[in-house]
Design a protein around this ligand. Structure first.
Ligand code: ADP
Ligand code: MG
Length: 593
């Protein structure tokens, strides 16, 4: 390279470089401006957007405002009113602190800042075109601050090229607003796009109104399947809404984590939640949740990322374990305390919410707090029993077991049973899979896995990586009741299988297990892999569709279900059973109306 003299960069260029980190697209502009409004104590924030934010982003707030002689300063680099010392940085209570958002945005767009202090009779505004700050001019203004950003990247064509279609940019922006609005339900938000009203969220205080906002932002369905919880230890508070595993999704699009009111995309938190769901969700499914963490600001470092999306917990181990255990407990705990959480068919016109005699359930109000979640597992039997007692529609005597007695098998898949208050429908494969999984886990935890030697070893062709996994994990596989001997570069002999899985196709079972282990890679903790392997094995061990079951076998399945933890979902998060009550059937047939 030719000799080039070292020189200090001109300040506009410095800002444009910084803008590369902070202002990657219109959504980022919105995030910075709304965060400023929130820091200014606004209780109402209005957003007007044109062309996905590339033509215009205007954010108006009713916050504290900016004094005339500080307008220029607000647009200067490293000028902030939020921190003055390192101490402040370490116990940050504001969203901003770097003092670079406004100058960065102003260096790549046409910015106009208008503000009025409550004490002044009119406002002042200042314009900044590509970094050139103009003079303050008087401007009529209602109070608070309005920031207008036009023609983003007009002077940086290279960046402009990276902008996507208007629709895509608006989608990003919408996500950002969703995050901000979920974080601060105490603030009113409104959003207009191309002069059309897109969103209006009134101030929401209290659980009920907050749930209204969540339903508006995450969908009614999310809320219907979610349960609220809160829990605190050692100054670390967790609260939020976790969706049932049956509401899992193919993408991670309904996962919101907030730390001290700041939206973050934190790997540690996501990982902890994911692990909390691990037992009830299939690997490729994503849980849905809105999770708030609050703790002393001194215990987090928010200065780990220019857009402040990532953070560092000082006691990350503690946070991880607390989140993991809490989520696991909430998800595993029986849901039946609230009647509407029983897996059920929705029946149009049937009043399924208000059920006289339902002593435990009073709708969502009764969702379990964490105390309930940590209580000993309450067997299905008691849950159903306490619910059924006093129910209006009784069938026979009170002594029917909770899932009743089998009537028939339908389509080779479903077991139909009559219970005290209606019809129970069981997906036999899904239910059996969960039962097998829980039993195997129990055996494994108690170090009591029974292996059943095969009279004739089965030879199984596998891939090279799978054969390696068989060797590498030999000891762990043995603990699971499987005995494998590698017999060639890509071949293993199976000499024993877990007694619980005696009826399964062992070659297929082993191939899948080795597939799991080979796919999990060396870095993965084996503990996670083991549960995955157990799930795979359980799936193989479970009754297949179309196997004819005798009534006695079906009854045995029902009784086993009543004894099994987490029976409400199979390992893939699908429901295992449903109930249609007589009341619902009556409504379907318009009886008594
Ligand atoms: P930071 O938020 O990191 O301090 P910014 O560049 O975003 O940096 O803003 C610079 C300063 O301008 C802020 O510290 C604040 O004093 C002032 N400011 C920006 N937006 C607003 C607003 N909406 N209301 C009141 N003051 C604001
Ligand atoms: Mg800011």
């Amino acid at each position: 390279m030719a000799f080039v003299a070292i020189r200090i960069l001109p300040s506009q260029l410095v800002d444009q470089i910084a803008a590369g980190e902070v202002v990657e697209r219109p959504a980022a502009v919105v995030k910075e401006l709304v965060e400023n409004a929130l820091d200014a104590g606004a209780t109402r924030i209005d957003l007007e957007i044109e062309a996905g934010g590339t033509r215009l982003v205007r954010v108006t707030d009713n916050g504290c405002g900016i004094a005339r002689d500080e307008l220029g300063l607000a647009l200067s680099r490293h000028a902030t009113s939020k921190i003055a010392s390192l101490d402040d940085l370490e116990s940050l209570r504001t969203l901003g602190f770097r003092g670079e958002a406004l100058p960065s945005i102003a260096s790549v767009a046409r910015l106009k800042l208008t503000s009025r202090l409550p004490s002044e009779s009119h406002g002042w505004s200042i314009a900044c075109d590509g970094g050139e700050i103009g003079a303050e001019r008087p401007a009529p203004h209602a109070g608070g601050t309005c920031v207008e950003v036009r023609d983003l990247f007009y002077n940086t064509p290279a960046r402009r090229k990276f902008l996507r279609t208007e629709r895509t940019e608006f989608a990003h922006l919408d996500t950002v607003i969703k995050n901000l609005a979920l974080a601060r339900s105490d603030v009113e938000f409104s959003l207009k796009h191309n002069d059309r009203r897109w969103l209006h969220l009134p101030v929401a205080v209290g659980r009920e109104q907050q749930e209204g906002r969540i339903a508006q932002l995450c969908g009614d369905e999310f809320l219907e399947h979610a349960r609220y919880f809160e829990r605190e230890i050692e100054g670390l508070r967790l609260s939020g809404w976790l969706a049932a595993p049956t509401f899992s999704r193919p993408q991670a699009d309904l996962q919101f984590t907030f730390v001290n009111g700041r939206f973050v995309r934190d790997k540690l938190l996501r990982h902890a939640v994911r692990q909390g769901y691990a037992d009830v969700l299939f690997q490729s499914r994503q849980p849905a949740y809105v999770l708030f963490v609050s703790l002393d600001p001194k215990r987090v470092d928010v200065n780990a990322h220019p857009a402040k999306l990532e953070i560092r917990f000082r006691d990350s181990r503690l946070v991880h374990d607390f989140v993991f255990r809490t989520v696991e407990a909430v998800v595993a705990s029986p849901v039946e305390a609230s009647a509407d959480a029983v897996p059920r068919l929705s029946v149009a016109g049937a009043d399924v919410e208000s059920r006289p005699g339902d002593s435990l359930g009073s709708g969502r109000q009764n969702t379990l707090g964490l105390d309930g979640a940590h209580a000993q597992y309450l067997p299905l039997y008691e849950r159903l029993h306490s619910q059924a007692s006093g129910s209006t529609a009784r069938i026979e005597d009170r002594e029917l077991p909770p899932l009743g007695f089998a009537l028939a098998q339908l389509a080779g898949i479903y077991v139909l049973a009559q219970s005290a208050d209606g019809l129970i429908i069981v997906d036999m494969h899904a239910a059996h899979e969960r039962i097998t999984y829980e039993r195997m886990k129990g055996e494994l935890e108690a170090h009591r896995v029974t292996a059943q030697p095969l009279l004739v070893p089965v030879t199984c062709k596998v891939s090279l990586a799978e054969a390696e996994a068989a060797e590498e994990f030999a000891a762990d596989i043995e603990r699971l009741g499987l005995s494998l001997v590698r017999r060639g570069p890509a071949e293993v002999h199976i000499t024993a299988v877990p007694a619980l899985l005696a009826g399964a196709d062992v070659a297929a079972l082993v191939r899948d297990v080795l597939g799991d282990l080979a796919g999990s890679g060396g870095a993965r903790r084996l503990a996670t892999a083991v549960n995955e392997v157990l799930a795979t094995m359980a799936c193989h061990g479970a009754v297949r569709a179309n196997r004819k079951l005798a009534l006695a076998e079906m009854d045995a399945l029902l009784r086993e279900m009543e004894r099994t933890e987490r029976i409400d979902q199979c390992n893939h998060g699908r429901p295992t059973w449903m109930r249609i009550t007589i009341a619902e059937l009556d409504a379907l047939f318009l009886r008594g109306q």
